[in-house]
Design a protein around this ligand. Sequence first.
Ligand SMILES: NC(=O)c1ccc[n+]([C@@H]2O[C@H](COP(=O)([O-])OP(=O)(O)OC[C@H]3O[C@@H](n4cnc5c(N)ncnc54)[C@H](O)[C@@H]3O)[C@@H](O)[C@H]2O)c1
Length: 258
Amino acid sequence: MVCAGLLERGYDVAGLDLAPEPGGFTGTWFTADCADPDAVDAVLRRLEKSGPLDAVVHLASIPDEAPLPVILESHVHTTAALLDAMVDHGVSRIVYASSNHAVGRTPRTGLLSVDVSPRPDTFYGVGKVAAEALLRLYVDRHSLDAVALRIGSFLPRPETRRHLATWLSHDDAVRMVEAALNATDPGFAVLYGISANTRAWWDLEPGRRLGYDPRDDAEVFAPKVEATPETEADRVEAAHVGGPFVTERYYRPGMRRD
Ligand SMILES: NC(=O)c1ccc[n+]([C@@H]2O[C@H](COP(=O)([O-])OP(=O)(O)OC[C@H]3O[C@@H](n4cnc5c(N)ncnc54)[C@H](O)[C@@H]3O)[C@@H](O)[C@H]2O)c1
């Protein structure tokens, strides 16, 4: 969605994914593991032959709970490999797909600020906290710009009551990445990746200050979502920022791969 959206808006986009090139993709494509520093370095070396690279948009990871070693590789090693390659190749900006689960265990009371302390709800959230910390370190050491997008629920349309607050539409996701790519001197910045939802739980102002102007609102879908009675699961999901990821269903040992 993001690659296609940026291509449509006239950006020169190269994709890097474990998966082969998707049909119809019109940019340059690399099938590689971005936890592998040599593979990432080789990709940037190839790309810089065609001119300087402006930014990395890092969306590659397992977007779910997993054992801690898998999480660390998927979120932390990939981010470190990309940041090292950016420093080596003079790429000055990274836009990172973080998650609300970095602060997911925060009880829901009022509008959530981006300044709230890290409070992950899962190992997945721990991975996002650690990746955000890596961004902060590289910004301080190497004067990079890094924008962490704490994404809510990226879906074609909201499906649950929680989504009425946390939904991020496909079009707004592209607007958000574009804003993060073009914000003036963001240094290290965090924003919440949701649409302009009437029932938003998280503060959109830091994103707006960076130029993110969301246009969609989950409220349009509220009559359909609320046509069925509210359930106990809805009430549990409304209690914490991370919704279902806070529940015992997600409890697991850190190091066992079962
Ligand atoms: N979908 C959401 O609602 C949501 C919410 C919060 C955060 N995020 C974050 O946004 C990012 C994208 O999520 P998504 O829902 O599009 O996930 P997705 O699974 O649809 O896409 C992730 C892509 O990353 C690739 N990938 C995974 N590990 C890789 C590696 N080591 N090297 C190269 N490619 C790799 C996968 O092949 C896949 O194509 C993730 O970082 C996720 O944690 C998503």
